[in-house]
Design a binder for this molecule. Structure first.
Ligand SMILES: [Fe+2]
Length: 352
């Protein structure tokens, strides 16, 4: 095992160029769309009016806490689907860089509406229309709506890509860190599912801008500055993005936070809570709200049927085997801490 781990000298924060995957020959046969990404990702589309009643989104957020740090899903042993049924597992050994004052709430998952008022958002016609154009696709099936809430903080020190899904290996049977490694390694392009993401903002406080790299991480970035009722629809499983500073220059998150700290609104203020103890309190305007929408994309009915049949699915064990072949390792199950450390370190999806 030590021999194996020696292959991973601290690569988390090194920049790795986009590499055309080695499985291109399979591309037309298996994936849900046939898009090419010569610049690393598909070009994003910005829109400047998302909903007619943007204040309602903030109302819904205040009424549906508490919120948990998304990294608890990313590195906890459970799948996102399991974690969403209850309070996610307490995580003990979180790396410090994953602890930040951003919390998540799920409003729709697997196409199922979890927060009633959000149903129209899940089927947002503007998002669906742009997605069809972007992927040159006929079928877009919305699955997720979630909010990220951030209290004042410095800029994220790294950009990231979102957690992808694959045929047979997805949020139901694999944890976030494993899916992230599958995506970033580019070893599974033959079974990748195309996912489109819209991120919309409902924030009138200071700063809180969104930066993204529409032509690859090594090229120019764009800073999105209009944060009220606007959105960027993008190929976020490939397009790097990050959140800039939220609040004034002197603002920082409180001491004493852990990856298990929660955020909740008590009717007058937002509170950061650690084991029930209040660490900080904020006015509503200080809390940045972004809303993410995700949908699966299929070029046409044939691709959709092909995917739905399950004939193309790989198993988690087949995925582990493919990693083993690449790394010269002998990992056997998702429970192996060594595998999590090895894959997370090499293919975390974060770039500083
Ligand atoms: Fe993201």
């Amino acid at each position: 095992m030590l021999m194996c781990l020696a292959y991973f000298p601290n690569q988390v924060r090194k920049r790795t160029p986009y590499v055309e995957h080695a499985f291109k020959a399979f591309y037309d046969l298996r994936v849900t769309t046939n898009v090419k990404r010569p610049n690393g990702c598909l070009p994003p589309v910005a829109i400047d009016h998302v909903v007619d009643e943007p204040d309602l989104i903030r109302d819904i957020a205040r009424n549906n806490g508490p919120y948990f740090m998304p990294a608890r899903y990313l590195i906890g042993g459970e799948t996102a689907a399991t974690a969403r049924k209850r309070t996610p597992k307490i995580v003990k050994d979180a790396p410090a860089y994953l602890i930040g004052p951003t919390w998540r709430g799920d409003w729709a998952f697997d196409g199922e509406v979890l927060v009633e008022e959000v149903a129209p958002l899940l089927h947002h016609q503007g998002f669906i229309g742009v997605a069809k154009q972007m992927f040159d696709a006929e079928i877009v099936i919305p699955e997720q709506v979630y909010v990220n809430l951030s209290t004042p903080m410095g800029a994220q020190p790294f950009s990231h890509v979102d957690i992808p899904e694959f045929m047979g290996v997805n949020r139901h049977n694999a944890p976030g860190w494993f899916l992230q490694a599958m995506g970033s390694s580019r070893l599974f392009e033959d079974v990748r599912i195309s996912i489109v993401t819209a991120v919309a903002w409902f924030y009138e406080g200071e700063r809180g801008f969104f930066r993204y790299w529409p032509s690859g991480r090594d090229n120019e970035s764009i800073r999105h500055e209009q944060m009220w009722n606007t959105a960027v629809i993008g190929d976020n499983d490939f397009m790097h993005h990050l959140v800039e500073r939220v609040g004034g220059k002197d603002k920082r998150s409180p001491d004493g936070m852990s990856i298990n700290s929660e955020l909740d609104h008590d009717g007058s203020h937002w509170k950061i809570l650690e084991k029930g103890k209040e660490l900080a309190s904020y006015d509503d305007i200080q809390v940045r709200l972004s809303l993410s929408w995700k949908a699966k994309v299929y070029a046409d009915g044939v691709k959709f049927k092909d995917y739905s049949s399950g004939n193309r699915d790989i198993t988690v064990m087949e995925a582990i085997t493919r990693f083993n072949q690449e790394l010269g390792c002998d990992f056997k199950s998702l429970q192996e801490v060594e595998m999590r450390l090895a894959l997370t370190e090499k293919w975390s999806g974060y770039i500083s």
